[in-house]
Design a binder for this molecule. Sequence first.
Ligand code: F6P
Length: 192
Amino acid sequence: PRNIFMSRHGESQYNVEGKIGGDAPLSARGMKYAQVLPALVKDNIGDCEITVWTSTLQRTIQTAQNLPYQKLTWKSLDELDAGVCDGMTYEEIEDEYPDDFANRDDDKFNYRYRGGESYRDVVVRLEPVIMELERQADILIIGHQAIIRCLYAYFHSLPQQELPYINIPLHTLIKLTPKAYGCDEERYKAPI
Ligand code: F6P
């Protein structure tokens, strides 16, 4: 591909409450991002025609709702499944599952939530998405924190142990341009 654009969804109600997973709608601030995103994209894609990929979760679909491009939803782009911890805060997880909490801290890439996924699992389920990305021209992915980390690490060839800690801020559009070796990057922060 020439360019890969990626962004996390706008701030969700769960982000505000510090809860992980779930299928919460956007907060008022997240909605604001959905409103300004079309201009942010238009100003930075040049004259290329893009396709927008979202997950099946409403926070990504809402974030993309005002974008005037073709859209595709991918189940494989859904956020890392936190299993029994879905909908909890990190504090609640530490209280209820202290060993799990410590194990995740020890090896965040390989730690698999009970009844859920690890980052390693997510990397595997993203393989078909990456194959398709490699075949396509310009794509904008509206995704989730863990998912964007995996895609970002793939294009920048970052090591597994760094991957789960990559800082992917909210309300920021990232543009990656693959080169023969490595990838150029630009970031555009939404004025909100
Ligand atoms: O808090 C937002 C979120 O996308 C959660 O849904 C998800 O579990 C988490 O981030 C992933 O980040 P980390 O792996 O750092 O917990």
